[in-house]
Design a protein around this ligand. Structure first.
Ligand code: BG6
Length: 487
């Protein structure tokens, strides 16, 4: 980390859940690892009235619940000395001006500043505008960067509008749009697995791969977020961002360098190549579901047509992937929490071994376990000992905890905060990526909304989701794989 110019991290929405559960624990852990800039300050701002002392007391309690690591009193005392809290509304020019004045006193010189928008999304544009109007975004001396949380817009037109608003005050290279999935070690490792090894890339195409499945299953339900979720649903909450990002990393061509634009150029090409789904195509290639009892949840409209589960069948129209389906699924209240990518290879073209009637050769499978139990598994066939040529599937396994230690995988926010501080935007989404993702999702969303409850499937909480998602794959002669059952 650059030990030079002092850096201030300003968090808007400092009394909110994201700050308390993710940002402060990540910053504290970076501090414990000695990775924050030598001369840094953290300034929290929110409308809730706190003094710095009362804010720190609250943070301390929250850290004990959410840090996920143990820390000493001494570490906390040292870290908390860098934190200041201001009560105020940065979305109003007066609030921004008063913040600017207070920072000038606190910083007393030229600094870099990272502004983190941990507020509800409706407030981002106003905060950015107020900061702009009082001169807090100008890069006359130190740099000014803005981290923006998802959701970035609610559809294509609001995303375009939001991009326009932020570009009035910021250059694209000052904007860091977060998708926390990109901060996960295992997600970054998709690139390393593909491009730092020679054995995968030659088979990573339509000649060898039968299809790809991407699952992000959640065990939790609404977690007191009904007010947000009921307006959003699974497509906006998970597909437009996390699942499409995973797809781009699996499907993209090798970038020419590990540089933010080279990488994002390749991801953009994948999004451009997605075959659009609209109208009838949507009904054939998607399944949407709502868990039973959703409409009775507190805060949910009793007539809600919001989907809590989605499954999509996608095609990527380019040379590498022609004809290879990508099946994506995600939902709330499923049997267990896990995210994984299954690459199912084709079966051998000819079997020379004697097979019993009804036996079939099982295809090779490479499974990238994103969470939990992070790792990679390769399923292949082996001869069963002491038989003529009976075969059985066996697994080669790599687990992060075995190779790198039980606590080796950090929280996604640590990586992302560090990268934003260092000016590396590789793991953040660019304007065109966000817009293309919405361009793809929008017509699906519209069809789902037009259909209302018609075509909505239901599923039991704690199940694997609607049976119709299985039927969608069965129509292609395939089935969903729970990869970790192989391990
Ligand atoms: C968030 C969604 O972006 O991702 C949540 O808004 C979801 O609804 C969460 O629960 C899942 O993230 P993770 O890291 O727990 O898989």
């Amino acid at each position: 980390m650059n030990k030079g110019r002092p850096t201030t991290i300003v968090i808007f929405g400092a009394s909110g859940d994201l700050t308390e559960r993710k940002l402060i624990p990540a910053l504290f852990n970076l501090f414990r690892k000695g990775r924050l800039p030598e001369n840094f300050k953290i300034v929290g701002m929110a409308g809730t009235v706190f003094t710095t002392e009362s804010y720190l007391e609250r943070l301390y309690q929250k850290l004990q619940q959410h840090a996920g690591y143990t820390f000493t009193e001494d570490e906390w005392q040292r870290f908390s000395g860098y934190i200041t809290y201001f009560t105020g509304r940065a979305s109003e020019v007066e609030g921004a001006q008063s913040l600017a004045d207070s920072l000038a006193v606190l910083e007393n010189g030229v600094v870099n500043r990272l502004y983190y928008m941990a507020t509800p999304p409706g407030v981002f544009p106003d905060i950015i505008q107020s900061l702009g109007q009082v001169g807090m975004l100008a890069e006359d001396e130190g740099w000014r960067r803005v981290v923006i949380e998802k959701p970035f817009g609610t559809n294509l037109s609001t995303a375009l509008q939001l991009n326009k608003q932020v570009h009035e005050w910021l250059h694209e290279n000052q904007i860091y749009r977060i998708d926390h999935y990109l901060g996960k070690e295992t997600v970054q490792n998709i690139m390393v697995a593909r491009f730092a090894n020679t054995i995968f890339e030659p088979v990573w195409n339509r000649n060898y791969i039968d299809h790809i499945q991407i699952t992000v299953a959640e065990q939790v339900g609404l977690e007191n977020r009904a007010g947000y979720y009921d307006h959003v649903g699974v497509l906006r909450d998970m597909f437009q961002n996390h699942l499409l990002q995973l797809l781009t990393l699996v499907a993209m061509e090798p970038p020419i360098s590990f540089n933010a634009d080279a990488l994002r150029n390749e991801k953009v090409k994948v999004l451009t190549a997605l075959r659009p789904l609209s109208g009838l195509e949507v009904t054939r290639n998607t399944v949407r579901g709502q868990y039973k009892g959703y409409a009775e949840e507190p805060g949910v409209d009793p007539k809600s047509t919001t989907s809590t589960y989605g499954a999509l069948r996608l095609l990527v129209d380019n040379w590498r992937w022609q004809g290879v389906p990508f099946y994506l699924r995600s939902g709330k209240f499923l049997t267990e929490k896990y995210s994984e990518i299954v690459i199912q290879f084709k079966t051998p073209p000819h079997i020379m071994f004697p097979m019993r009637p009804g036996d079939e050769i099982r295809p090779n499978m490479l499974v990238l376990y994103l969470q939990p139990n992070e790792g990679i598994h390769l399923r292949f066939e082996a001869k069963e000992p002491d038989t003529v040529a009976d075969m059985r599937s066996v697994n080669m396994e790599f687990h992060y905890k075995d190779s790198f230690g039980p606590t080796a995988v950090p929280e996604a926010y640590e990586r992302l905060l560090l990268d934003a501080l260092q000016g590396d935007a590789s793991l953040f989404t660019r304007t065109d990526e966000v817009e293309l993702a919405w361009r793809f999702i929008d017509p699906i969303m519209r069809t789902w909304e037009d259909l209302g409850m018609a075509g909505m499937t239901t599923y039991e909480p704690g199940s694997w989701g609607p049976i119709e998602a299985d039927q969608m794959l069965a129509r292609d002669g395939r089935y969903w794989v729970r990869g970790c059952q192989l391990c």
